[in-house]
Design a protein around this ligand. Structure first.
Ligand code: XMP
Length: 326
């Protein structure tokens, strides 16, 4: 009989035993799994843990604040945020190809994380308690999918980016390895994490970078961030969060259409709403959202987001359309 309290107690005891007096590092992504695994490890060993959050500039509105303020307030975790937006944007300049974008974002993420890890490792060494462990939010379905292996893998095992600095050969702490997503959310709630974090819908690692069809620029990110925030706000307000799997909001940055706003003609970009219902993201159907909600989202976006003069609805199932546009 599954009991979240028992799992927490068991894991806390196990983590303490595994870690001893060593230091531990963890990467927060803003997602559920890393938030809960990090909170669990923090409950076990407190400030022996340092959490790292890389702000790649492709985050949604309020996401960084959610981690830096709400998450830290509810856990007390020691957090380092890496400001890497300029670096990421620099490397993304002129790039439109989706897979190329993914590669660059993945590579730069590893670089940013490695850099801060090396700093932390050096600092810990100087203080006499080296960093020996890395927290990973691996769930049971991830274990099954990858063939059940374990060991001293590291964040790079998911990204093929060549050799790893020797100092970063950590042992893994994976407190969620036997759990399913719903169980992880329950543990997060019992650990006191905000509902906005434990109930979060899936969001891709490359973030808004793969929701701008065309080159990613700071200006375009700002436009998309506003539109995305409006859509999310209205969906939540209408009580639709549990009905949809996720709702990508996409900026067609290379497309313009004629509009009329105020006294004049405009030549602006379309925003695409892609609400989907799904069990596992392998297949999906477009969600039949109420017209009044769609109407509200469309009005608000076209009235308040600059350079956007049209909102369109994606009514494609998966297959043939993927959930994301890129
Ligand atoms: P697609 O677009 O393939 O998406 O139907 C299926 C699910 O995966 C998410 N997704 C990603 N997640 N990195 C991620 O971490 C990625 O590059 C990526 N691409 C898609 C997508 O949001 C959906 O939940």
């Amino acid at each position: 009989d599954w009991n979240s309290g028992n799992v927490i107690d068991e894991q806390v005891a196990r983590i303490r035993e595994q870690v001893g007096s060593a230091r531990v590092i963890s990467a927060l992504s803003g997602g559920v799994d890393s938030a809960v695994s990090t909170a669990l490890v923090h409950k076990a060993i407190g400030d022996q843990l340092t959490a790292v959050f890389v702000d790649h500039g492709l985050l949604r509105k309020g996401e960084r604040e959610q981690v830096e303020q709400d998450y830290v307030a509810s856990t007390g975790v020691r957090l380092i945020t890496v400001d890497a937006a300029d670096t990421f944007l620099g490397h993304l300049k002129g790039v439109s190809d989706p897979e190329q974008k993914r590669k660059i974002i993945g590579r730069e993420f590893i670089r940013a994380f490695e850099k801060v890890q090396l700093d932390l490792v050096a600092e810990a060494k100087a203080e006499g308690e080296p960093i020996k462990f890395l927290v990973q939010g691996t769930l049971y379905p991830d274990v099954v999918e990858s063939g059940g292996g374990t060991g001293t893998a590291n964040i790079k095992s998911h990204h093929n980016v060549g050799g790893l600095p020797e100092d970063l050969d950590f042992e893994l702490i994976e407190p969620l390895r036997t759990l399913f997503k719903d169980e992880v959310r329950q543990i997060g709630r019992d650990l006191g994490l905000p509902e906005a974090i434990v109930g979060r819908q899936p969001f891709p690692g490359p973030g808004l970078g793969i929701r701008i069809v065309g080159e990613v620029t700071a200006d375009r990110l700002e436009i998309l961030r506003e539109a995305d925030a409006i859509a999310r706000e209205e969906l939540t307000r209408a009580g639709l969060d549990s009905e949809i799997w996720q709702c990508p909001v996409v900026l067609l940055a290379d497309v313009r259409s004629v509009g009329v706003q105020g006294d004049g003609r405009t030549y602006g970009h379309p925003i695409v709403l892609r609400p989907v219902s799904s069990e596992d993201a392998m297949t999906a159907d477009w969600t039949r959202l109420p017209y009044d909600v769609l109407s509200k989202i469309s009005n608000r976006i076209t009235n308040s987001v600059r350079d956007v003069n049209r909102v369109v609805l994606d009514v494609t199932s998966k297959p043939p359309g993927t959930i994301e546009w890129e």
